[in-house]
Design a protein around this ligand. Structure first.
Ligand SMILES: Nc1nc2c(c(=O)[nH]1)N[C@H]1C(S)=C(S)[C@@H](COP(=O)(O)OP(=O)(O)OC[C@H]3O[C@@H](n4cnc5c(=O)[nH]c(N)nc54)[C@H](O)[C@@H]3O)O[C@H]1N2
Ligand SMILES: Nc1nc2c(c(=O)[nH]1)N[C@H]1C(S)=C(S)[C@@H](COP(=O)(O)OP(=O)(O)OC[C@H]3O[C@@H](n4cnc5c(=O)[nH]c(N)nc54)[C@H](O)[C@@H]3O)O[C@H]1N2
Ligand code: SF4
Ligand SMILES: [Mo]
Length: 719
């Protein structure tokens, strides 16, 4: 007799937290569809959800630990693998010091309940200051702004999309990304609903799908948003539109004291550099101020660029000066059921610096832009070994080609990953965890950033096989070997943690959280209740939380103008220096709904169709260089060049080229079974590790100066 099981869980592939319904017949997944009863996502999914099946079944996925011996992979038993890895780490650190080991944490860690809750012990046991993560190619500016203004790096407010009537979006394309630092499922419908109440306006160098849906779209020259915002603040002060409303009592100083800072940045002054007319910039402010519940939101396109931190600060300041923080329909703080803020560091900066370039740490991590120089520059503290956890920095961080060479020269590389990717191909050891459907799931991080308070737990759909390990088991296994328990108490607490696993921790954290019953096991939200609610529990719309929601001791918002506005010196030098010449082309990124950073490309159904790794160019720019649709072009920057097909579209602003990241699966020794035409090139072979947002150290991956040339066929043949 066959059996059919229906399993409900959250898709963990992106930030949207869609509820899914998986049907399993005789241990085979037959369908994955949106869970119509899910309290958060209302049945929405995107094409990537189905890839959870492909990922689970993929014969290329690694299921056994592996060691590379004389260039050949050989399988190991778990204990042997963990023993060997720990011994190699210990001998490396004994010989060259603790900092000779580097660690890189990739994006999937934040989508992984066990890894996020249980990696702290190992990270401490590794005793190195050379910690890196995808944060510094992504959202580091947001953490710094929240740490400075609100007192906690994770206290990041999100747009109240369900209640705003005027949504001003800068540098985000939620129709492709499904939202970021705004966990929001079914974003297309939600944006349509905003339009019914009012307006959606998009500022982006590309007329994206989100811009197509909006009421208005304005091109902006990449990296110049900072000027648009300075001018918007100028107008706000000049026209007497500053109105902090009930926020005034929560500010550490009167906002009018800031007026001078913006007085020189008139819309007329910045118009030429931004590509936006003074009239449009003024209109952005007056329309915003005329709306009932407006909000301004900026994401990756404005975070991962030359003035990312200042730009995010000015967006926050604009929302504050118009009274739109902590206000219904504005930027709102969440109240997640697991209060991870209480469990994590509030933030710190500059306690130590990177050895070679002297960039400051933030929250114990160094900017990943310095990683390759830390590996290749000889001297005390040089990185000689790396542990990669769920990451692929060769494809995802600047000057990937250089990092690839650096990784090749390491004495030791260990990857915790279930694929051999462009980074882990240099590994000596691969420790593969189970795939997402083989583990329990609760979104610890994305509920902190969700547009509705919400909680959902799912147990593993398939039990992990006896010879498989969870990420957290791998991490605890390494920790135990590197730093054996000291004394009975330590031994007991580690054993307790291991037995509890992520669900044991969740049980505790939910009870301690703002909806839990504390010491009363019968009251409030609990893991038991969540287990009985497979479609999740809606905990309501976002509500104002100030001043309790602030983490500074004085319970005030610190405006910190001096810290952020000191970067105006760099703005002046860049945009208003008589000698600076405008670049011919600026490079930006692009996301596609059927792709996810550098992975999931082993799923045929996601990759098939027209190759998507193209250089998107405005037709007028193309014409000047005699480039036609499909021609091979060469795009070059200070650090390298790539050759790929041109795609022409007037959705691109003139002078801007867009290439998606995460492609370039052409290196030998990787495992993606991808057809050559779909392999693409890595845009991060063009991005420059020396080009950073200096306030934070975050990489600049948008607004990279490049040159463009047609590859002439006869030249290609004779070469
Ligand atoms: N030019 C350019 N570069 C970019 C960006 C851009 O917009 N433009 N975006 C940046 C951003 S926002 C990000 S977040 C980074 C992402 O960059 P990274 O975090 O470095 O890389 P990913 O592509 O997410 O690679 C994830 C790896 O983790 C593995 N993996 C997946 N799930 C798990 C798991 O549960 N456990 C373990 N152990 N491994 C797992 C996958 O097999 C894959 O090899 O890229 C950045 N790079
Ligand atoms: N399908 C899919 N979904 C994803 C991912 C994925 O790889 N694929 N990655 C996930 C991750 S890790 C993240 S962090 C999020 C990111 O999610 P989003 O922040 O929505 O990122 P993007 O879709 O890259 O949109 C960035 C937009 O900024 C624009 N832009 C580039 N430069 C500038 C500039 O200088 N100024 C302005 N104003 N705009 C600019 C780009 O044209 C682009 O439309 O997406 C997540 N979701
Ligand atoms: S939008 Fe797609 S990838 Fe993201 S959670 Fe929903 S189904 Fe998963
Ligand atoms: Mo990201």
């Amino acid at each position: 007799m066959g059996s059919t099981v229906k399993h409900f869980r959250t898709c963990n592939l992106c930030e949207a937290m869609c509820g899914i319904e998986i049907t399993v017949e005789n241990d085979k997944i037959t369908t994955i569809k949106g869970d119509a009863d899910d309290s958060f996502s209302r049945g929405h999914i995107c094409p990537k959800a189905i890839a959870l099946k492909d990922l689970y079944e993929d014969p290329d996925r690694i299921r056994t630990p592996m060691e590379k011996v004389d260039g050949e992979w050989r399988e190991l038993a778990w204990d042997e693998a963990l023993d060997k890895v720990a011994a190699r780490i210990q001998s490396l650190q004994a010989q060259h010091g603790n900092d000779s080991l580097g660690v890189y944490l990739g994006n999937p860690n934040v989508h992984n309940t066990g890894a996020i809750l249980m990696s702290g012990g190992l990270l401490r046991a590794l005793k190195t200051n050379n910690k890196f993560s995808a944060t510094s190619v992504d959202q580091l500016p947001h953490h710094i702004v929240s740490w400075k203004l609100f007192g906690h790096q994770l206290r990041i407010p999100v747009p109240d999309i369900d209640n705003t009537d005027h949504f001003l979006i800068m540098g985000a394309n939620p129709l492709a990304s499904n939202g970021s630092i705004m966990s929001v499922a079914d974003v297309k419908q939600r944006l349509k609903d905003v339009r019914k109440r009012g307006k959606v306006i998009v500022i982006d160098p590309r007329r994206t799908a989100t811009a197509e849906l909006a009421d208005a779209h304005h091109f902006v020259r990449p990296g110049s948003d900072v000027l648009v915002l300075l001018a918007m603040l100028n107008v706000l002060f000049a026209e007497g539109l500053v109105n902090t409303g009930s926020l005034a009592k929560h500010l550490d100083l009167g906002p009018m004291s800031l007026a001078d800072k913006f007085s020189s940045y008139t819309p007329e002054k910045v118009a030429p550099q931004t590509g936006m007319s003074a009239e449009v910039i003024r209109g952005l402010v007056t329309d915003f101020c005329a709306a009932k519940a407006p909000v301004m939101y900026g994401r990756l396109g404005v975070s991962v660029q030359e003035f990312g931190t200042l730009t995010q600060y000015l967006i926050m300041l604009f929302n504050i000066l118009t009274g739109r923080l902590d206000s219904v329909g504005g930027l709102m703080f969440t109240k997640p059921a697991v209060d991870i803020l209480a469990q994590s560091g509030r933030g710190n900066m500059g306690r130590f610096h990177s050895r070679v370039r002297g960039l400051p740490e933030f929250n114990g991590e160094l900017p990943v832009a310095v990683l390759s120089e830390e590996i290749t520059t000889a001297g005390a503290g040089q990185i000689k070994g790396m542990v990669l956890m769920a990451g692929n920095p060769v494809l995802s961080t600047p000057n990937g080609e250089q990092l690839d060479r650096a990784f090749k020269g390491l004495d030791l590389l260990v990857a915790v990953d279930f694929y051999i990717n462009e980074s882990s191909r240099h590994a000596d050891f691969i420790l593969p965890p189970v795939s997402p459907l083989e583990r329990e799931h609760y979104d610890v991080i994305f509920n902190v950033l969700a547009v509705r308070n919400n909680a959902r737990y799912a147990k593993a759909l398939f039990p992990r096989k006896a010879n498989a390990r969870h990420d957290w088991e791998i991490l605890l296994g390494l920790q135990d070997r590197l730093q054996p328990a000291k004394g009975l108490k330590d031994k007991l607490s580690r054993e307790l943690l291991r037995r509890a696993g992520p669900s044991g921790l969740l049980r505790f954290l939910l009870r301690q959280g703002p909806y839990g019953g504390g010491l009363n096991p019968f009251k409030g939200l609990s893991l038991t209740k969540l287990k009985k609610s497979p479609h999740g529990i809606d905990l309501g719309a976002l509500k104002p939380v100030l001043p309790e929601g602030l983490y500074h001791r004085d319970r005030k918002i610190h405006l910190e103008a001096d810290f952020f506005l000191k970067d105006l010196a760099r703005v002046e030098a860049k945009f208003f220096n008589q000698d600076s010449k405008p670049e011919q082309f600026l490079l930006i990124g692009r996301r596609d709904v059927r792709s996810n950073n550098s992975w999931l490309h082993n799923s045929r159904r996601l990759v098939k169709g027209k190759p998507r790794c193209t250089a998107l160019i405005n037709p007028i720019d193309a014409q000047k260089l005699a480039i036609t649709e499909g021609d091979m072009v060469k795009v070059s920057s200070r650090v390298g060049s790539v050759e790929l097909a041109a795609q022409l579209s007037d959705e691109m602003m003139s002078g801007v080229i867009s290439i998606p990241h995460g492609w370039g699966h052409t290196l030998s020794g990787t495992q993606w079974q991808i057809a050559e035409e779909h392999a693409g090139v890595s845009v991060n072979d063009l991005t420059d590790e020396m080009h950073i947002d200096e306030l934070s150290g975050n990489a600049v991956l948008n607004g990279v100066p490049v040159t463009l040339a047609l590859i002439k066929l006869d030249a290609a043949i004779s070469a």
